[in-house]
Ligand binder design. Structure first.
Ligand code: HSE
Length: 419
């Protein structure tokens, strides 16, 4: 029987996650994993660990032959890529939590793993404590995954909860998310949806074998959401959440996006508050499954890193089954979305771009409409993110091409003009 590997770790980064991992490892001696060196950027900062552990020279770790595992939890995506690429080339196994770096360099990292025959694990990079990557990778057969809907960013969920349920204002809520260590050092990445779409890029790969640049996936954050939007949600017994969604279409392709969405109060995702994340998977035979756990913060994120380190003991690696062992899916833009749009000035809303408009509310303090629009219109236009306009998806927003044609025909028939 193969013995478990002794793991000697070189750690990059000693911030919220790095320090969390250091403490967690001290509490898990049975793992037989020890940190030999920690590379940091700023040697002047006070750290809760012996000074001899730290270095500012990355080569002290990358060229140390005793170190067989690199754990990379730094903030700078470009530097992180250099570290991870060099570590793999130097024959080391790698665990990373840098979702931005991983999402932006996915094709190169896939190639590097093949070329170097090393393992790169990153469970902490999506939904922190929820083991969603390994589940998508190992458990589901490609054809059975009908859809995934998820809250993948803890900070925006925390902010929405604090504003709409506890009455804080946006700035207070964001400050609190920063103080608690949930937010990115550049909080724009959270608030404007960049972090969520980076995570979605990774999950789309493990769920469907899709390799796509994050900027090619339709996304927005919560920056445009207004108090009036939340009031509409409340009046319908709904909440607004930032939801990442992927749905397998009848044409075999997958529609995917990350947008604010109205969520019915009795849905699983409505249960997800504060920095928690949640993932609802619909598959052929299991039907609906709900994964829930902390999506940000020191220990929850460190727990996922720890689990990856533990998995390296038995030489675990992602096989990228959906990409290499199945026919990978393609993304599709051939859908329509039922959207709520609130605005100050109707003149700035291109009404002609909608297939139809179902509701007009022009008398309210904050005016809004509900209508159906082609996905492609949102991908190519930016009006819906500008001039204080707010776009929120309705629950169950996806209308496929065939359905749209049927709905149009029916409404013409009802109007007595068919044929
Ligand atoms: N800023 C991220 C979030 C941290 O709020 O979800 C965890 O990835």
């Amino acid at each position: 029987m193969e013995t478990h590997k002794q793991l000697t770790i070189g750690l990059f980064g000693f911030g919220v996650v790095g320090e969390g991992l250091y403490k967690v490892l001290q509490q898990t001696p049975s793992l037989k994993a020890s940190i030999k060196k920690v590379c940091i950027k700023n040697p002047g900062k006070r750290r809760n660990a012996p000074a001899s552990l730290f270095t500012t020279d990355k080569n002290d770790i990358l060229n140390d032959r005793d170190i067989n595992v690199i754990v990379e939890v730094i903030d700078n995506a470009d530097a992180a890529f250099e570290i991870v690429a060099t570590a793999l080339r130097n024959g080391k196994e790698v665990v990373s939590a840098s979702k931005k770096m991983l999402a932006e360099h996915l094709p190169e990292l896939l190639a590097l793993q093949k070329e170097t025959d090393r393992s790169l694990l990153y469970e902490a990079a999506a939904c922190a404590s929820i083991p969603v990557i390994r589940n998508l990778e190992e458990y589901y057969d490609n054809d059975l995954l009908h859809s995934i809907r998820a809250i993948v960013n803890g900070s925006t969920n925390f902010i929405l909860t604090k504003i709409f349920e506890e009455g804080l204002d946006f700035k207070e809520a964001l400050l609190l998310a920063q103080q608690l260590g949930f937010a990115e050092s550049n909080p724009k990445l959270d608030v404007e949806g960049f972090d969520a779409v980076n995570k979605w890029t990774l999950l789309l790969n493990h769920a469907y074998g899709i390799v796509e640049r994050p900027e090619n996936i339709l996304f927005n954050g919560i920056q445009n959401i207004q108090a009036g939007d939340a009031a509409v949600a409340r009046s319908k017994n709904q909440q607004i959440k930032l939801v990442a969604q992927a749905k397998k279409l009848q044409n075999g392709k997958v529609a995917a996006f990350v947008l604010p969405q109205f969520v019915n109060h009795d849905e699983h995702l409505a249960f997800v508050k504060n920095e928690y994340n949640g993932v609802v998977i619909e598959s052929g035979f299991a039907d609906k499954q709900f994964f829930y756990g902390k999506g940000a913060g020191s220990f929850p994120t460190a727990s996922a890193v720890l689990s990856d380190i533990a998995a390296l003991r038995y030489h675990y690696r992602y096989e990228y089954k959906k990409l290499y062992h199945h026919t990978p899916h393609e993304l599709s833009n051939d859908i329509f979305l039922r959207v709520f749009v609130s605005f100050d000035n109707l003149a700035l809303i291109p009404k002609e771009k909608f297939e139809w408009i179902e509701e007009w509310h022009a008398q309210e303090e904050r005016k809004y409409l509900v209508g159906v629009i082609a996905f492609e219109e949102l991908k190519t236009g930016t009006w819906w993110k500008e001039s204080n306009t707010s776009l929120v998806l309705t629950p169950d927003p996806v209308i496929e091409d065939v359905e749209l044609r049927k709905l149009k025909k029916k409404s013409l028939e009802l109007a007595g003009v068919a044929g």
